[in-house]
Design a protein around this ligand. Structure first.
Ligand SMILES: [Zn+2]
Ligand SMILES: [Zn+2]
Ligand SMILES: [Zn+2]
Length: 348
């Protein structure tokens, strides 16, 4: 089997799901639109932005004149920290099940500057963001009602981000959500059967192979996972086996800031655009149980396929049967690796 030519499927070791890879189709003629997206530059301060310092949010609360990061409870929280537990089972048949889901939703601004992104911020500017993530993870994870903390960033209108101001969200809730639960189960099973960490073992293969590595530093590796579904999907993996941001020492925290910067710059440079993505950390549950099986990591899911405007859609076969991709993970990694680490909008 030639991975560069023959159609094949690859298994995601973290979820058990398969992705169909059709490398022979990557060379087919493209008839769609390949337009250049105008990169409109944002102002440093936008008087109409509800995240800029000093501005009022919906409901009238005014943001402080913050100088670094800023955290607040989401004004439109998807979860509420209510305490009444309830479970409904319509007609007792186990078909229509409903449960209360207590939780907390917060917004974390990365910078007072409206025009910056993680890709255009310096490592020294990103480091306080990582510190804030860690503090928030610790603070919320310590709460009785919180068993799982999800930090995620939606970047770009294509991903539904409502505001270009650099920010992310944090949702903390009682139940471990679907995807982390699946990854937890896979890691747990692997540790039990192989007596090794799934992602430590996986990273060793990737470090020997090197084909899917995009950028790396002393403590972290960013790579296109073997089983990637999105064209330029990546993961950031720590070289050391840790469970969450809390376990990182100062050097590792700084290295995480640096690799996130290095990766997002390459993303932006790829199609000279503010590359849209959803990214997030997967950290061990905060359920009071030790999770030696869990390996802290980040996922990036970007929708772009071959230009700033040509997007991959999960439709047809992908909605009904299985995800599919044309360019291989190896080609995607080589393409990203080839980008420079100087941002195309370099501030200096
Ligand atoms: Zn703003
Ligand atoms: Zn590990
Ligand atoms: Zn994960």
């Amino acid at each position: 089997m030639k991975l560069t030519e023959d159609p094949h499927r690859r298994r995601n070791a973290l979820t058990g799901e398969w992705v169909l890879v059709s490398p022979h189709r990557a060379t087919r003629p493209w008839q769609g639109e390949v337009a250049q997206l105008k990169t409109a530059s944002e102002p440093q301060y936008d008087p109409s932005c509800y995240l800029c310092p000093g501005n009022a949010r919906v409901g009238g609360v005014r943001n402080p004149d913050y100088a670094s990061t800023f955290v607040f409870d989401n004004d439109f929280a998807a979860l509420k920290p209510q305490t009444v537990r309830e479970r409904l089972d319509v007609e007792g048949k186990g078909l229509l099940i409903t449960e209360t889901e207590p939780g907390i939703c917060r917004v974390i601004c990365f910078s007072p500057r409206h025009d910056l992104t993680l890709a255009t911020m310096s490592v020294d500017e990103i480091d306080p963001v990582v510190k804030t993530w860690r503090e928030q993870f610790r603070e919320l994870g310590d709460r009785e009602v919180v068993n799982y903390v999800q930090i995620f960033e939606n970047r770009g209108a294509m991903m539904g981000a409502s505001n270009p101001h650099p920010h992310c969200q944090l949702w903390a809730n009682e139940n471990i959500p679907n995807y982390p639960a699946r990854e937890l189960a896979a890691q747990s099973e692997f540790l039990e059967s192989k007596k090794q960490c799934l992602l430590c073992s996986y990273l060793k293969i990737e470090q020997n192979d090197r084909e899917r590595i995009v950028v790396e530093n002393e403590h972290f590796v960013a790579l296109v996972p073997y089983w990637a579904v999105w064209p330029f999907e990546t993961m950031i993996l720590g070289r050391r086996h840790t469970q969450s941001l809390i376990d990182l020492n100062d050097d590792e925290r700084n290295a995480l800031a640096a690799i996130m910067r290095g990766l997002t710059i390459r993303y932006d440079n790829l199609f000279t655009t503010a590359f849209p993505y959803t990214m997030g950390f997967h950290q061990a549950p905060t359920d009071g149980i030790a999770h030696p099986e869990f390996h802290f990591h980040a996922h990036y899911f970007p929708p772009l396929l071959r230009s700033a405007t040509v997007q991959k859609f999960m439709v047809g076969y992908e909605m009904l049967a299985s995800p599919q991709r044309d360019i291989t993970a190896e080609t995607a990694a080589a393409t990203l690796r080839g980008q420079t680490e100087v941002h195309f909008l370099d501030r200096s």
